[in-house]
Design a protein around this ligand. Structure first.
Ligand code: GDP
Length: 348
């Protein structure tokens, strides 16, 4: 029997397939709140879209989710490529799902847009979690700036929380300011390290030790065990030099073998201790509030800058001012003020 040719007009099928493809804001919100993974993924796709309509929808969904008030523990994990981030998350994550906890893995990877294809949050790197019904893994969104990539991940956290995930891991490589971005969206920040030739402290980026709530020396196994223990005491000594944190938590150093699942339970216990302490002394909530404020002000800055550079008057004046600055006809500071004056005049 020959199949009949499809005579439905193209425009109609297109509209229909689009309809089928895009559930309403209400459906998505309901799906996310019910913990429906397919609809959660669709909602995150809206968050990641640069289309203004999608963005508007994503804001609505996020606001509905925020009202839901669900809370998870947000854990940031950073470390250089090869340190064992995905092995570690797989090990810790499966230990948690074995306890019946729901685990989400997101990523901030500023390099993924350059290398075309994300390195972090890749399901093939966490095969056990990827097939675990209690786990959800989402690769790093792409974007042309770290700010954009980080914003999308931060909004995805809210959706995962609303979907009932108990823990959200956010992994990042320490490229550019990605650690700072992740630090400002998590409750607990974990720095994963390797024991090397004994100079690991020197290779640490400025500021990263202040951010860490825990330093975990991975690959503490086999011939590497001794070196790992030595690195542990080096880090402990270094951490002592930093002033105590406002939340009264003193950062800890632990060792583990992600591949042998050793030391993993202790790390989770440490995170739980931290959460308990900070909830009890109210700094957990305080940190979340100040993170909300930080992201709000970041967004204001971004929108202001975007609006400024898109302004026709600014566009016109900018090249002329640049030329004058380059040839020392005008000081850079005066040029900036004049450019802003031109912008403000146009707004009136
Ligand atoms: P990532 O790039 O930081 O995500 O690192 P991976 O998790 O992909 O690990 C890099 C390599 O280190 C892989 O070959 C892992 O098998 C190995 N690895 C990870 N954790 C351990 C560990 O605890 N011990 C040992 N010996 N190797 C590990």
């Amino acid at each position: 029997m020959s199949r009949q040719k499809n005579k439905v007009p193209k425009a109609y099928t297109k509209a229909r397939s689009r309809q089928k493809k895009s559930p309403s804001v209400g459906d998505l919100t309901e799906g996310v709140l019910k913990g429906d993974i397919t609809l959660l993924s669709r909602a995150i796709t809206l968050v990641e879209s640069t289309h203004p309509d999608d963005q508007k929808k994503s804001y609505e969904i996020i606001e509905n989710c925020l009202l839901n008030g669900a809370q998870s523990i947000r854990v940031g994990i950073t470390g250089v490529p090869g340190v064992g981030k995905s092995t570690f998350i797989e090990s810790l994550g499966t230990a948690m799902t074995a306890l019946g906890k729901k685990v989400a893995v997101l990523a901030v990877d500023p390099t993924s847009s350059l290398s075309r294809g994300s390195i972090l949050g890749d399901k093939t790197r966490m095969p056990l979690l990827a097939n675990d019904p209690l786990a959800f893994i989402r690769p790093s969104p792409s974007g042309d700036s770290l700010g954009g990539v980080a914003r999308k991940t931060r909004e995805s956290i809210v959706l995962c929380e609303a979907a009932g995930f108990d823990v959200v891991f956010i992994e990042t490589v320490g490229v550019g300011q990605s650690e700072t971005a992740v630090h400002s969206m998590v409750d607990f920040f974990l720095l994963l390290k390797l024991a090397g030739a004994g100079d690991e402290l020197q290779g640490i980026k400025r500021g990263i030790m202040e951010m860490a709530d825990a330093v975990v020396i991975n690959k503490a196994d086999g011939a590497n065990l001794k070196r790992a223990m030595r690195a542990k005491s080096d880090f402990e000594r270094a951490l002592h030099l930093y002033p105590p944190k406002e939340n009264r938590w003193s950062p800890k150093v632990l060792t583990c073998s992600a591949i042998e699942n050793k030391g993993i339970a202790e790390i989770w216990k440490l995170i739980e201790d931290y959460v308990q302490l900070t909830i009890n002394n109210s700094s957990f909530e305080k940190k979340r509030k100040s993170q909300n404020k930080y992201w709000f002000l970041q967004a204001v800055e971004r929108l202001l800058t975007q609006g400024f550079y898109r302004n026709p008057e600014v566009k016109k004046e900018l090249s002329e001012m640049t030329r004058k600055v380059e040839t020392n006809e005008i000081s850079p500071f005066r040029a900036a003020e004049e450019l802003l004056s031109a912008y403000n005049r146009q707004l009136k």
